[in-house]
Design a protein around this ligand. Sequence first.
Ligand code: GAP
Length: 476
Amino acid sequence: MANEKTLQDIISHCKEYGFIFPSSEIYDGLGAVYDYGQYGAELKKNIRDYWWKSMTQMHENIVGIDAAIFMHPTVWKASGHVDNFSDPMIDNKDSQKRYRVDHLLEGFAETLPAEQGEALLAKMDQLLAENDFAGLKSLIEENKIKCAISGTCNWTDVRQFNLMFSTQLGSVSDEASEIYLRPETAQGIFVNFLNVQKTGRMKIPFGIAQTGKAFRNEIVARQFIFRMREFEQMEMQFFVRPGDQMKWYEYWKETRMKWHLSLGIAADKYRFHDHVKLAHYADAACDIEFEFPFGFKEVEGIHSRTDFDLKQHQEFSGKKLTYFDTELNQHYIPYVVETSIGLDRCFMMVISEAYELEDLSTPGKEDNRVVLKLPAMLAPIKLAVLPLTKKDGLPEIARELMEQCKPYFKCFYEEKDAIGKRYRRQDAIGTPFCITIDHQTKEDQTVTIRYRDSMQQERIPLASVKNLIMDKIQLF
Ligand code: GAP
């Protein structure tokens, strides 16, 4: 029997088992900044590697790059982030607490009966699309939405607030040296478009992929690693002929959804959400939403960005960013379809889906276990090697197996505590396979393999362990 899981269950589990800790915890943490622990770092790396391989290795026309976090400040003027990368905010005058207007209204809508909530959100979408800030304030006031801290409806006007962090380059603190921490990785791809196209002799359509840190001064940062101030993105810009963008937009919608389903997550946990208010650069956009413990929310965005970015960079840099299409015998600025997924948000999706509290009670005996049913290819530890006792030569056989397997996948060795306890600890960190070495191993060279999800056990030849695990953790 699987119990309902809450966000708090996931947060506690991540902390208790070394997946995620609050940043600088001994100093009481830093808002919306988190550190990944020993198992979290492995799981995150495995998700990143899976994405990277799916995008680059499995698509012959997509290559990966690794651009710097710092970029020339004019990049952000050209991209529109200096002028447009802001959210409408409202402050409560009594508590001084600042809210993102959409979050305040969304939070309130969740407290209403479904139909009323939907009507409120539809009105909000319309006002946001029209940039009608006075209308948004009226909507908050008409609904008598209160500040969670002061409990009053004493609101300021709605204002725009830029989300980029800035810092100084070099030692002289003047305006000319002000630079930004990138709020998205995409611009590192756009400014390298011609470098990659020419040195890689890439032909349209082709893509450039990248993973890396991005920074946003989120005002309302909540829901754990769902909305962070420092996070990681996995983005891919696909350069296409002008006019072909809708065909590729549909292609990437379908391809990205297939990737999500390949994680073993059921189709009904996902849905597409088409944007009503399009970003300044887009002619079509949608989100892939996943059903988190707190409802359906965006994990990934797919955006048809037109030729906006390359055109802007061409204008602001004065450098030509056109492509010569030999088939059409024509120069043009390519159009771009982007897929953009947050690695941390994807991590949260994977771990929320995997987390289960199982009630294993049999009459007269109460028992339960917490298990992470992670896809084997993503699990932080693939194989635990457990000698039944610390003596009789069993640890030596186990150590030999460790030496044989560890060059190929991440293994874990443990000889302390009863075997049942050791199995439970591996269940909690999502280890898909445990091998137990016992006295019979010495007689017939067989071991017990125990499967995490079914808890079934069977005897297999010791010599077959490495290849069997290798088979089961294949990415493709
Ligand atoms: N280049 C396009 C772009 O950055 P976005 O919709 O702003 O688009 C893409 O972000 C993805 O990045 C989101 O779908 C989400 O998964 C992730 N993301 C955005 N802001 C985030 C934050 N504050 N914390 C964690 N992930 C975030």
